[in-house]
Ligand binder design. Sequence first.
Ligand code: UD1
Length: 465
Amino acid sequence: MGGRLINPVSSLADAKLTPDADSEVLQISGGHQLHGHVRISGAKNSALVIMAGALLCGDDCRIRNVPLLADVEKMGQVLSSLGVQIERHGETLDINAKDFCSSKAPYELVTQLRASFFAIGPILARLGVAQMPLPGGCAIGARPVDLHVRGLQAMGAEVQIEHGICNAFVPGSSRRLKGAKIYLDMPSVGATETLMMAAVLAEGETIIENAAREPEVVDLANFCISMGAKIQGAGSSTITINGVTQLHGTDYTIIPDRIETGTFMIAAAITRSELLLSPVAPDHLIPVIAKLQEVGVSIIEEAADCLRVLPAEHLRATNIDTLPHPGFPTDMQAPFMSLLTLAEGDSIINETVFENRLRHASELNRLGADIRVKGNTAFVKGVSHLSGAPVLGTDLRAAAALVVAGLAASGTTTIQGLRSLDRGYDRLDLKLQQLGAKVKRVSEIINSPDVGSNGVVSPESVITS
Ligand code: UD1
């Protein structure tokens, strides 16, 4: 690789994450229309797992369209800690895992970034041994890894969980995993990805039944295929992998982020604005587009990778059940709830994927929404308007939901919890500013200062910005 060797983590941080996302808030002066064109970044969930997938080969891997995110930084740190070289040039990452030798990922990182646990698959496939701290639960639920572990055991790995560490090794002189028939109790995205990566270098054929069908699983499969892996059926419920002994380097471009796309569609719908979005993959957004149309929003396919969102005259209520792909994505549930707070009539949202993913409802109520939560169901009664207030984003998509609600609310909405937002949205505040939103990131505030009509917070009300 010819580029400058960098610590990808701090460099990404320098480029994006202003002083300390914990002490910062986002101030939104709502009620303004948006206009223009949004450039959609590469998919976070593809980028993270494809970075882990680069461990599968010892040649140069170039990954393009990598979003600028805190989670990508952390995954870079995990790879560096394993002895992998990473260089970043803008949105391109060059990864070389030739000298990758450590099988032990650091506890502090894995517990902050669930996707880094998925690296257990390629680590085990390359080295025959892996020690991964258990990622633990998070703000949206317990999030176990039993399906990952059971699948690896079916492929011949011996796995012991002790002192919070998942210790896995492959017995035998070849230290090579063996192909197996694996049935997943539920179509877990992460388990499908872990096992697919493990199977790529295993001996013989692996069949994953009830596999996740998410576009990011297909993206990972295509990345592995571009390195010489033999994978069939990704995107369906049955994935067949024929193990090979070695993979070669590649140059691969990540798909557009469907959740970022959906979030901007909702930002357009909730502010009654027209927006153009590209590059996008409309096929990945079928359930989200269908629900937007159901509430009255028009979506026009301007080109194969470009969508135009036209506002509804009246927003209508609808019901949503989150489901594995191709059902309605759980990652869009929170932002869509924001939209439904302003729809005429009663909506019901049923979260079926994660057990604790409705915490944004009470924050939306602080903005004047009328939402009642019972178990994993939210009953949303449409209101005529929202009004700004200080709120807290408890997880990544909850924070995004509050941002879109703040765009529609009258007065100033002050959002805490930007660390969550920065994990998964590539410069969201800057992109919104470019669309005309009055959004400002500030370090510390006194008495919730007002954002002026030009989007600038008055200097006397801000200690640092
Ligand atoms: C991925 C996405 C996340 C998205 C989720 C569902 C990444 C980095 N994250 O998370 O943004 O919200 O898919 O689309 O890609 N489960 C088990 N045992 C396991 C694994 C999962 O019981 O071993 C359960 C989970 O608790 C959850 C359900 O399966 O209830 C789905 O989770 P899963 O698809 O695995 O989500 P992640 O891969 O963690």
